[in-house]
Ligand binder design. Structure first.
Ligand SMILES: [Fe+2]
Length: 212
């Protein structure tokens, strides 16, 4: 077999900060997520109305970074990881670093899932995993070229990861997962007995200031 070249790759960024500070941040974030959910009656009502199995602050709170210093700590950590990922992607940002645009808490109850979607209007999206009990799903990504594969044969069950049409990542608690926002993904149904807690976020590319 001659060497093959890799073209148009889809890169996924995974990091799991180690050390006492990282452990403390995760513990504090778990408490913060539960407190945010308990105190957000508008969000709870939204979840009931939309049959969300658990709680998400997505539709109700857009100021968590200012509201909670622990979330602000997480955001500061994420900034560094997103900048590293942007460099790995060779983004030419013209001196305007990607900036946090939105961040929300998700508490998925046993059986809860989130159907396939992309994050429109953003450049980098990601999730920090706060609690992933045994049986909780990770994140399942879809090959962005899938709609072009009208006549492509199916892949073997044991296909290499880079040849699969769907790849499920199973992060551990404390993991930061980043991907480009156009990459479609879903959370398969959770088979865990406890809640799956995560914090999701979007980074966008600030527009240049107008020339005077
Ligand atoms: Fe998502």
């Amino acid at each position: 077999m001659p060497p093959l070249e890799m073209l148009f790759t889809t890169q996924l960024y995974q990091a799991r900060p180690k050390g006492a500070k990282a452990v403390r941040l995760r513990d504090d974030l778990e408490r913060a997520c539960v407190a945010i959910a308990d105190g957000d009656s508008a969000g709870q009502a939204w979840c009931r109305e939309h049959a969300y199995q658990g709680y998400t602050s997505y539709a109700s709170l857009d100021d968590l970074v200012w509201r909670d210093p622990i979330i602000a700590d997480l955001a500061a950590t994420l900034d560094g990881h997103v900048a590293t990922f942007a460099r790995a992607l060779d983004f030419d940002l013209g001196g305007r670093p990607l900036a946090l645009d939105s961040l929300w808490v998700n508490i998925l109850e046993p059986g809860g899932m989130h159907a396939g979607h992309i994050h429109p209007g953003s450049v980098i999206s990601g999730t920090y995993y706060v609690a992933l009990p045994d049986g909780a799903a990770g994140l399942k990504f879809e090959d962005p070229r899938l709609q072009h594969m009208m006549a492509a044969p199916p892949r073997r069950a044991n296909a290499a990861q880079l040849n699969k049409n769907f790849v499920e990542i199973a992060p551990k608690a404390g993991t930061i997962l980043l991907w480009e926002s156009w990459l479609r993904h879903e959370v398969p149904p959770s088979r865990a007995k406890q809640n799956r807690i995560s914090i999701s976020f979007n980074y966008n590319w600030p527009i240049a200031a107008k020339q005077k």
